[in-house]
Design a protein around this ligand. Structure first.
Ligand SMILES: [Fe+2]
Length: 196
């Protein structure tokens, strides 16, 4: 069984998201990696006698995608800050596609999704079949995904992402800080890879 290892992120100090908040957040990410590996190992044991382990097995199967999606989404999230902030380039292929898909209002639209109530993620996917974006809200981190679609941008809007810096009512300020720190080169690279 393959055991995942927590990635290390080369992050600069962020503007408006404190080092302490990032440190605690990365600790949570590492917890998802650890839990996913532990659940996977346990399920191998349970598979030996599915009848005897039926209840425990069904509980862990439900939790498994929660842990996996938490792991993978946080990797997308932190990578978006690596290399330091780089402004969105309207003349890039991603910029051109946004202009067609969102009439230049992508940020506002995505911020509105991020501001929805409840723990979850605002996620921008790209459908290479329809050649169009799908922006959505994944409840917690495993519900409401657009299956098979690769992810361009992932915004964590769980309280743990902002409560230390902004308090429970600070989601809006945190989302502004998130956008300020993005390296759009990362998203442009993801989009370019999806065209291949
Ligand atoms: Fe998170």
């Amino acid at each position: 069984m393959y055991a995942y290892e927590a990635k290390k992120f080369n992050l600069p100090s962020l503007d408006g998201i404190s080092d302490e908040s990032v440190k605690q957040h990365i600790g949570l990410y590492e917890g998802y990696v650890k839990n996913f590996n532990a659940i996977s190992a346990k399920l191998v044991e349970y598979a030996a006698d599915t009848e005897k382990n039926a209840h425990a097995l069904s509980e862990l199967i439900r939790r498994k995608s929660f842990e996996f999606d938490g792991m993978r989404l946080h990797e997308h999230y932190f990578e978006q800050f690596e290399g330091g902030p780089k402004a969105f380039d309207e003349s890039s292929p991603l910029g051109t596609a946004f202009a067609q898909g969102y009439h230049g209002h992508f940020n506002e639209y995505f911020k509105a999704i991020g501001s929805m109530r409840g723990p979850g993620w605002a996620i921008l996917y790209y459908d290479t079949v329809g050649k169009q974006f799908q922006a959505g809200f994944a409840g917690e981190q495993h519900q409401g995904h657009f299956v098979t679609l690769p992810i361009i941008l992932a915004l964590d809007v769980w309280e743990h992402a902002f409560i230390l810096d902004y308090g429970a009512a600070g989601k809006g300020k945190y989302i502004e800080a998130f956008f300020k720190n993005l390296n759009w080169g990362v998203m442009e690279k993801r989009f370019a890879e999806m065209q291949q």
